[in-house]
Design a protein around this ligand. Structure first.
Ligand SMILES: N[C@@H](CCC(=O)N[C@@H](CS)C(=O)NCC(=O)O)C(=O)O
Length: 201
């Protein structure tokens, strides 16, 4: 067990991740911010490695990221960030002020549950098969922009040097990574336009 005031992990941390996974980027960002070293295990989603029996034992939902910390296995980036925050409190991911903390959690939750799921490989593939590439892009883009614009309204009274204030906390990290991922997707897929809240830039 690491001491409450922080420090290096006592057991070796292992992160199952994929280089294109925005959810995994969140965890890598948090691990780096907290100065925790970890072993990176690549799960190639494009090759279906998330469906191997070994990986299924770690996460029956077949999603990355998964963090292994000794005997503890945690999947889902949101849960992993909360676990890291509790166990390795150095360089906190959440502000102490209750309103600021709630804001960061709200932003993280909106992105995790209302924006990012639209970009899951399985969803994108399904939509492409059912309605075609063009409709899929339109649907995804429209809904993601709706999410970003709602976030801009939410953040307008809090924005500082970063989207959620003057410090880098969980909400800002997740927002920024989501935006970068989305931008990349649109660039890869025909260079579609993207409107993005200025507070996320
Ligand atoms: N809520 C989960 C979502 C995890 C997730 O969607 N992971 C994606 C990569 S970002 C994935 O593994 N996709 C595989 C698939 O859709 O088959 C989290 O935040 O970790």
């Amino acid at each position: 067990m690491a001491p409450k005031d922080g420090g290096e992990a006592s057991s070796k941390l292992v992160l199952y991740s994929y280089w294109q996974s925005s959810c995994s980027w969140r965890v890598r960002f948090a691990l780096n911010l907290k100065g925790l070293s970890y072993e990176y295990k690549a799960v190639n989603l494009a090759k279906g490695e998330q469906f191997t029996p070994e990986f299924e034992k770690l996460n029956p939902l077949h999603f990355v990221p998964v963090l292994v910390d000794g005997d503890v296995v945690v999947s889902d980036s949101y849960a992993i960030l909360m676990y890291l925050e509790e166990k390795y409190p150095q360089r906190t991911l959440l502000p102490a002020d209750p309103q600021q903390k709630a804001l960061n959690l709200q932003v993280a939750s909106i992105i995790s549950s209302s924006i990012q799921p639209l970009l899951m490989l399985s969803i994108l593939k399904y939509l492409e098969e059912k309605v075609g590439l063009e409709e899929r892009l339109l649907f995804v883009q429209t809904n993601i922009e709706k999410g970003f614009l709602a976030l801009e309204k939410l953040l307008k009274d809090f924005v500082g040097k970063y989207a959620t204030g003057e410090e880098v906390y969980m909400g800002f990290v997740i927002c920024r990574l989501m935006y970068l991922w989305h931008l990349r997707l649109l660039w890869l897929q025909n260079g579609l336009r993207l409107t993005c809240p200025s507070s996320l830039l």
